[in-house]
Design a protein around this ligand. Structure first.
Ligand code: RB5
Length: 143
């Protein structure tokens, strides 16, 4: 199961990612938005982040806004969420390998649909490396 969400700036890329994942037989839960009408990115970031943090199957999330920044910042306010802004496949692989990211945020206005597919594939195919990276993750939360 992959949880997805976007604002209007990420809507088209989010829709493409949904079709892409479904075509690969991956189950998707889409928290919206459902059109190009202007909305507020935190509303969708919080829905996806809550779903990922409550999920017991280590499910991950994919969120998209225009720049990727607003939706990423919002998701990272949730305890246990490590959301990584990813704009190419190398960065999304590293987000899993080094940061054990459980959400990736894409800049919908700055990636093509093919780039988005490659970013998502690279993240889903990568594995967390643990070791020194786990020690660093243990130092992230400060509450
Ligand atoms: C919406 O215009 C835009 O501000 C939003 O999609 C995102 O880029 C915010 O960080």
């Amino acid at each position: 199961m992959i949880f997805i969400g976007s604002d209007h700036g990420g809507f088209l890329i989010k829709e493409h990612i949904k079709s892409f994942l479904l075509s690969k037989g991956i189950e998707v839960k889409d928290f919206g938005t459902n059109s190009l009408s202007s909305v507020d990115y935190p509303d969708f970031a919080h829905l996806v982040a809550e779903a990922v943090s409550k999920d017991s199957n280590n499910s991950v999330g994919i969120i998209v806004c225009g720049s990727g920044n607003g939706i990423n910042i919002s998701a990272n306010k949730h305890h246990g969420i490590r959301s990584a802004l990813c704009w190419n496949p190398e960065i999304s692989a590293l987000a899993k390998q080094h940061n054990n990211a459980n959400i990736i945020a894409l800049p919908g206005r700055y990636v093509t649909v093919l780039e988005a597919e490659n970013i998502v594939n690279s993240f889903l195919n990568a594995n967390f490396e643990g070791g020194r990276h786990q020690n660093r993750i243990n130092k992230i939360e400060n509450e």
